[in-house]
Design a protein around this ligand. Structure first.
Ligand code: UDP
Ligand code: MN
Length: 228
């Protein structure tokens, strides 16, 4: 049983991953005992799908960890950030938005209980390219009355807490997903029953993937290459 599975969606950002493993993973080893970093790499070909990749980690480590983190590869927390936020307890009624966008979403870095992510059915599987999977996750959490506790809203404070890199290949030119409206604005218009239908229409309950390769690339870092 792990304390934390830190899941990183990944493709073609080798420089960022190298930096993360060299500088951030040692901090995890020091301050977050019994944790594993799981890099989920998407096979070339289709548009990047951040939500489905994170879902693979939620599926592979279901019942094997207390907490999951979703973690972008281009954001590196400082020691101060880990000590103040990463180690916080999270219970069944809330999710920790350690570093999420200004809008009301659950992207970037979040910490969530295993039971909670399984209950809300993870991300939708069908948001390809630059999409709104983070908003969809927020909608799902809200539906189940999971409160978001936000940290790091004060942007001038960020440098003390995070080192962020610019995106190198912006999710393939920021293709806006065809499903954007389906999972975002439209969701708000639905009644409760329809919302539940929407949540159950795509997510951990019907995720399909093939593991192509699985290996350790560091003491506590596993890389899982998948076709989705
Ligand atoms: N990502 C990746 N390869 C890609 C696109 C995205 O590895 O081609 C991963 C990476 O972990 C990245 C995260 O998905 O940090 C979010 O993507 P991006 O940084 O482009 O999103 P933004 O910072 O614009 O929200
Ligand atoms: Mn980024």
């Amino acid at each position: 049983m792990y304390e934390n599975i830190i899941a990183i969606p990944f493709r073609n950002r080798d420089k960022h991953l190298e930096y993360f493993i060299k500088n951030t993973v040692p901090l995890f080893q020091e301050h977050l005992p019994n944790s594993k970093v799981v890099v989920i790499e998407q096979k070339e070909g289709k548009l990047f799908n951040r939500g489905a990749l994170l879902n693979v980690a939620f599926k592979e480590y279901e019942n094997k960890t207390k907490y999951f983190f979703t973690h972008d590869v281009d954001i590196n927390p400082t020691k101060k950030c880990i000590e103040e936020y990463y180690i916080k307890e999270v219970n069944d009624t809330h999710v920790l938005g350690i570093y999420t966008s200004q809008c009301n979403t659950l992207g970037g870095i979040i910490k969530i209980n295993d039971q909670t992510i399984q209950k809300i059915n993870g991300f939708p599987n069908d948001i390809w390219g630059w999409g709104t999977e983070d908003k969809a996750l927020q909608n799902r959490a809200e539906y189940y009355n999971i409160t978001k506790l936000t940290n790091l809203t004060n942007r001038t404070e960020h440098p003390k807490y995070l080192l962020r890199f610019d995106d190198v290949n912006d999710r393939e030119t920021k293709h806006v997903s065809q499903n954007t409206n389906k999972h975002d604005h439209r969701f708000q218009q639905l009644n409760r029953e329809q919302k539940l239908q929407e949540i159950m229409s795509s997510g951990l309950n019907n995720l399909v993937y093939t593991i192509l390769e699985r290996k350790h690339i560091h003491d506590i870092v596993e890389l899982i290459k998948v076709e989705i």
